[in-house]
Design a protein around this ligand. Sequence first.
Ligand SMILES: [Zn+2]
Length: 61
Amino acid sequence: MTQRTSPLPRNCPNCDGFASAAVTTGGRDQSGHLHTITADCPACHGTGARTTRRNREGARV
Ligand SMILES: [Zn+2]
């Protein structure tokens, strides 16, 4: 039983693939649109995916 039956997980373990989120700051502009800022996951820097090598590097920190 040396073959893998499922592919390795590629999603970032911190954000589970949802790497970016728009966060409202509470205000609206003159046309009524919400003011938003984009927050990227600090672990994968907004990519949503991490390799196993990067996981090992992150585990040592
Ligand atoms: Zn992430």
